[in-house]
Design a protein around this ligand. Structure first.
Ligand code: NOJ
Length: 754
């Protein structure tokens, strides 16, 4: 009897182990047989300890005997945060020449929006709606980082973010899955270049897989509860697009979704990532996210955490120590199979081969520095210019004309070189930042007298002691530019807020400056959408610059004086009140949507009867709309949309149509407009969003010029994951809109027919 039980147990474990290996035998399009043979050859020679070493990533802690010995013995496969190429070469030489099998290390670093030359934060980059700009910026970041010996960045972050409270919205591409996918793919192409083995390429890492941006209450690391269809239709789209663009690696997220932490989510890592998407790079955990599954209550101890992560398909443990300390035991006990280990190592070695690290493991430390090269600064300036969004421009306050002789520059962010760079700027040097003050003085100082007064020492400063001086300065000028917002530390990882209005006494500062009676331009530098309704009313014009990086100052100065014309569009909906969150344009319709004529709080008569307001969905106090819709952004010129035409009003299930609209520049400035195409599937087998962005184009028009803008809309663009979690194109009626933001009104109807 005992034997029988043992036999059944053995059979069960054999079944579980075979079942647990992700299906690595499925062909990936990119696998090179020669490389695979080299990997197999290495695997045959590697001990279990050496294999587990490849799966271990540690943060660099200085050159000492410990680290040298760890590299020599093959117990580390990767280091993060080593940024001195000489130190990198020292350890790499040990890996290549003194470790038994000469396997190179791969060095990772958070190069999120630039290495030395800082670009706008990713949310700002998304506001450019210009994938080519994003690609160029990532290529600059890659060239600078690779010259410092960095092989691999932990970007792009493609977590859909519908919540401005979440500090990491700064690092995201905003709320829209299509925009996130287009921009994420462009960033991957920029980092990785034509070939990962180029001396100016670095490997990308798509993160955080998956759903991290849906953290409850916008509190970092919090649980998410994303149901399966929403996961497919919204949350996975961006990651998938970036993986299709060839991203070499993927990072698991910190959050649990519906109770399953991402680093233990086998369905996600095996079924979706490997089996469906055919991803053949490697998966790294987030920092210590494997042992943190103990805190989640998903693993009892480090051993169980390692077991769950390895069997789920996490190839490399970032700073968790769970793999180096637990995996060998688990393999010996038969709980983690050799196949699981071999697959993980195979994935890691594949990327090391693709990066050419076996042939070119070292960094040329004698090459001239490329940091802050002229061309890099020019690209950063162009990106910053395109990323700034004009939210208001009453009476054509902007651009300033030559009548402006004296400009009062006020505010805590007007000359804040560190804060202007935003979150994730480990390597950017604030001494290289050009602030609005410096830029205005240098580029416009000959013609315009710039009077500078801070008003507040920093964005959280509560003291109004310097207000009188600021107001006096405003009185002396023709125009007032107030640069307010958030310090870099107020957004980014673990920096969430419950209230996203301007902090410190900044709101009061704007009201104070208003008293001068001069045209008041508010420039906001921030890491998130802020609730700035009152300040928007007080100011005559508002430019919103998501932390714009090293060249933010020159970009803003040129925008103020019309040397550049704003073209940025909001990648997130701006709420009026924090209580509107989550607020995003591509929501579903309720059964009782508001007509927008309903009574608001202060208009309700006393003792009004229970149902007299009508029963529809809106906030009595905040009304119906957000402060600004997704895709919104003004220009110094005006654009008119007209004459929408469809090549056909019916799309066959495998067909497409052309959608054309006329765009006219009706103002006085040559400018760029981001033309956006939105669609609504009127009736579906599951309720579909009221609008979804399907395409966009940046169109450059001279003043007075018009152009036909055409989009091709294919039936596949209208597919979605339905109730049975299959991707389908459903016949039926649709509506589309073409315009300059998600509230576009120029519309047409079409159908999908079988
Ligand atoms: C934790 C963050 O969540 C992740 O985005 C980052 O890449 C790693 N730490 C490495 O620094």
């Amino acid at each position: 009897m005992k034997h029988k039980v043992n036999f059944i147990r053995t059979l069960f474990f054999a079944f579980v182990l075979v079942f647990l290996a992700c299906d690595a035998t499925k062909p990936s399009t990119a696998k090179d047989p020669e490389t695979e043979a080299k990997i197999d050859n290495l695997l045959m020679q590697m001990t279990l300890e050496e294999k587990i070493g490849q799966m271990n990533q540690l943060s660099f802690w200085g050159i000492n005997d410990d680290v040298k010995e760890a590299v020599r013995s093959g117990s580390i496969g990767s280091l993060l945060n080593i940024i001195d190429p000489k130190q990198g070469n020292t350890l790499q030489k040990i890996a290549m020449e003194e470790s038994r099998l000469g396997i190179p290390l791969i060095y990772g670093r958070d190069v999120i929006h630039g290495f030395k030359t800082m670009f706008p934060i990713p949310l700002g980059q998304a506001a450019t709606f210009n994938p080519e700009t994003i690609r160029e910026g990532a290529a600059v970041a890659a060239a600078e980082a690779r010259s410092a010996g960095i092989h691999w960045t932990f970007a792009p972050m493609l977590d859909i973010s519908r919540d401005g409270r979440w500090g990491r919205i700064a690092e995201s591409m905003g709320e829209d899955p299509y925009l996130t996918g287009v921009m994420g793919a462009a960033m991957v192409r920029g980092f990785q270049g034509e070939n990962l083995a180029n001396s100016t390429s670095i490997a990308a890492c798509v993160k955080h897989f998956f759903g991290y941006g849906a953290a409850e209450a916008g509190k970092d690391y919090n649980s998410t509860n994303i149901p399966p269809a929403l996961m497919r239709n919204v949350y996975l789209q961006g990651y998938k697009a970036a993986i299709e663009a060839g991203a070499a690696t993927v990072m698991t997220a910190f959050n649990d979704n519906d109770g399953v932490p991402a680093s233990g989510n086998r369905f996600l890592l095996c079924n979706i990532l490997r089996d469906e998407w055919k991803f053949d790079g490697f998966v790294v955990s987030d920092w210590a996210s494997i042992p943190e599954m103990i805190n989640h209550g998903f693993a009892a101890n480090a051993k169980e955490a390692a077991l769950r992560a390895a069997n789920a398909g996490v190839d490399m443990d970032m700073m968790g120590m769970a793999y180096p300390q637990q995996l060998a035991k688990l393999v010996k006990e038969g709980k983690v199979s050799q196949t699981v280990i071999d697959d993980a190592v195979r994935n890691i070695l594949r990327i090391k081969f693709r990066m050419g690290l076996f042939d070119n493991p070292y960094t040329d430390t004698s090459a001239p520095s490329v940091f802050y090269a002229e061309s890099h600064l020019a690209t950063a300036k162009k990106t910053a210019e395109e990323s700034v969004v004009l939210l208001k421009n009453a009476n054509q306050t902007l651009p300033f004309t030559d009548k402006v002789k004296t400009l009062a520059l006020i505010g805590p962010l007007a000359d804040a070189p560190h804060d202007q760079m935003g979150t994730w700027t480990f390597d950017g040097d604030k001494n290289k930042t050009i602030t609005p003050l410096a830029a205005l003085q240098t580029a416009y100082g000959n013609n315009v007298k710039v009077l500078y007064e801070k008003g507040l020492a920093y964005s959280r400063d509560l003291s109004t002691a310097a207000f009188a001086k600021a107001l006096q300065t405003a009185h002396q000028a023709d125009v007032v530019v107030a640069v307010v917002g958030e310090e870099a530390i107020m957004s980014g990882e673990a920096h969430s807020l419950a209230d996203i209005s301007l902090k410190g006494a900044q709101k009061a500062l704007i009201q104070e400056l208003k008293k001068a009676g001069k045209p008041l331009v508010m420039v906001v530098m921030a890491g998130r959408p802020l609730t700035i309704g009152d300040e928007l009313e007080a100011a005559d014009a508002v430019l919103y610059a998501f932390h714009p990086g090293t060249m933010g100052g020159p970009a803003i100065a040129d925008l103020l004086f019309g040397k550049a014309v704003p073209s940025g569009k909001l990648p997130v909906t701006f709420p009026k009140e924090v209580g509107q969150i989550p607020v995003y344009y591509n929501h579903n319709s309720s059964g009782r949507p508001a007509n927008k004529t309903e009574t608001l709080l202060y208009d309700i008569p006393l003792e009004a009867s229970q149902t007299s307001l009508g029963n529809t969905g809106y906030h009595l106090d905040a009304g119906f709309d957000p402060l600004f819709p997704f895709g919104f952004g003004l220009s110094y010129t005006t654009f008119e949309y007209s004459n929408i035409r469809l090549s056909d009003t019916k799309i066959k299930t495998f067909g497409s149509i052309d959608v054309t609209a006329q765009l006219k520049n009706t103002g006085n400035y040559d400018a760029t407009e981001v033309v956006q195409l939105y669609v609504r599937d009127i009736t579906g087998s599951i309720a579909r969003p009221v609008r979804e962005l399907k395409s966009f184009k940046r169109v450059v028009l001279k003043a007075g010029e018009s152009q036909d803008v055409t989009f091709t809309l294919a039936s596949d663009d209208l597919a979605f994951w339905g109730i049975d979690l299959k991707r389908i194109v459903e016949p039926g009626a649709f509506k589309l809109w073409v315009g300059g933001n998600s509230d576009a009104t120029l519309e047409a109807d079409f159908e999908i027919v079988e």
